[in-house]
Design a protein around this ligand. Structure first.
Ligand code: T4K
Length: 370
């Protein structure tokens, strides 16, 4: 049996580099609560992401919850169900009502033309999701938000380092959250960040992520704990030094996939967005069974038999979660449902290499029954 290929694999800095990075932690014994590594990583990310305000968090999910809390939102939030459960859960956990908007079938982000019809007097914000390294139509979204005085908070978990016409994904909207989970293009083992336009929010988010304390003896808000520790920040510092090589390696893999698969009938590849410099976070393929000859699920099983692990990011739609008790029928977002039923993310990670991509492509193509 050929060696197992996982859907992704964490990027790792050289071992010695990480050991060197954490050496000072033994000297200072400062392990968490906004230590020196945390401060340095915030500064480095501020520069890399071209953003003025950034607050590191324990993970992306908590970063999104902190942002939603910091804006004191109430009422309805327009978002999409084609995302990781985290996005919808954060909205619901903060006492807000998700209103699901459909996506477009090309780049799988929110269909901005369908947002306006979902706005009511209770709408307070839009939480669009950049998926796979594709960016949402921020210009249309911004216009709608201004017209109706809504906050725009991006789930940018997949958009680290992505730029559109030179503008950083971190600069879009009123705020955005990034995930630095082990499976992401850039990671700090677990981790995430809140970025935001208004610098007045920096203090507020820092207090929200630290139990709502404004000083050791002053709890002003019933906050939680969402702080990033020093070992995670140290991993982030190391990985950030290698981020360009990591993205370049993913780009090569994505290009090889494209060369091999783009002419296969029934396989719809991710759109290349005009002016967008992607990070190649995922390599999604939509499998159209009527042309490909077998379904997404059959293909996934066939690949598993060849020791190739793929994932259905994102299936099922978050709107179908049991806790909604059928309140959001999939028929309301037919394109999201259609894509979710056919999407398959093929393995991609730093260092995957042409040989491995070719093995995956051979396995995919051998299932084509046109
Ligand atoms: N919004 C969106 C759009 C997101 O995609 C996510 C996270 C979030 C919000 C929330 O951000 P965080 O709070 O997580 O920062 C993974 C991740 O756990 C999750 O972070 C990610 N999205 C989601 C799409 O995928 P799983 O359950 O698919 O991961 P798992 O454990 O099956 O790992 C997948 C593969 O990755 C493994 O087969 C091997 C590789 N791997 C995994 C781990 C954990 C490694 O190489 N190293 C590792 O340490 O959820």
């Amino acid at each position: 049996m050929d060696e197992k290929i996982l859907v992704t694999r964490s990027s790792m800095p050289p071992f010695e580099e990480y050991v060197e990075e954490i050496r000072s932690i033994w000297e200072t014994r400062w392990l968490t609560n906004s230590g020196a590594k945390h401060t340095e990583l915030e500064a480095n990310l501020r520069e890399f992401l071209s953003v003025s305000n950034i607050a590191l968090c324990v993970n992306g999910h908590q970063a999104l919850e902190c942002i939603l809390e910091a804006f004191d939102l109430q009422g309805e939030v327009i978002t999409t169900p084609f995302t990781f459960v985290s996005t919808t859960n954060a909205i619901v956990r903060k006492g807000l009502k998700p209103v699901f908007c459909d996506i477009n079938g090309e780049d799988f982000t929110i269909d901005a033309d369908k947002i306006e019809s979902l706005i009511t007097e209770k709408t307070c914000a839009i939480v669009p999701v950049h998926v796979y390294g594709n960016l949402c139509d921020d210009e249309k979204i911004e216009k709608i938000a201004q017209k109706y005085n809504l906050k725009v908070i991006y789930d940018a978990a997949h958009a680290f380092g992505v730029r559109k016409n030179g503008v950083s994904s971190a600069a879009l909207g009123d705020a955005a959250m990034f995930s630095f989970h082990a499976t992401k293009v850039f990671h700090s083992v677990e981790g995430g960040a809140a970025v935001f336009r208004d610098s007045a929010m920096y203090e507020k988010i820092n207090q929200l992520k630290n139990f709502g304390l404004s000083s050791p003896e002053t709890p002003w808000y019933c906050g939680g704990n969402a702080k990033m520790n020093e070992f995670c920040a140290a991993m982030g510092l190391c990985n950030l030094r290698h981020i360009d090589a990591a993205i370049a390696s993913r780009r090569e893999a994505a290009e090889r996939y494209r060369q091999r698969l783009e002419k296969i009938p029934g396989i719809q590849l991710n759109t290349v967005q005009h002016g967008v410099q992607s990070n190649y976070a995922y390599f999604p393929a939509v499998i159209h069974p009527e042309k490909f000859g077998c379904s997404r699920d059959e293909l996934a099983k066939a690949l598993a038999r060849k020791n190739i692990a793929v994932r259905k990011y994102f299936y099922p739609l978050t709107s179908s979660a049991e806790y909604f008790k059928g309140a959001h029928p999939a028929g309301e977002t037919p394109i999201a449902k259609f894509i979710s039923d056919r999407i398959l993310c093929l393995p991609i990670f730093e260092g995957i290499g042409e040989k491995t991509v070719d093995r995956i492509c051979d396995a995919v193509i051998s299932e084509y029954k046109g």
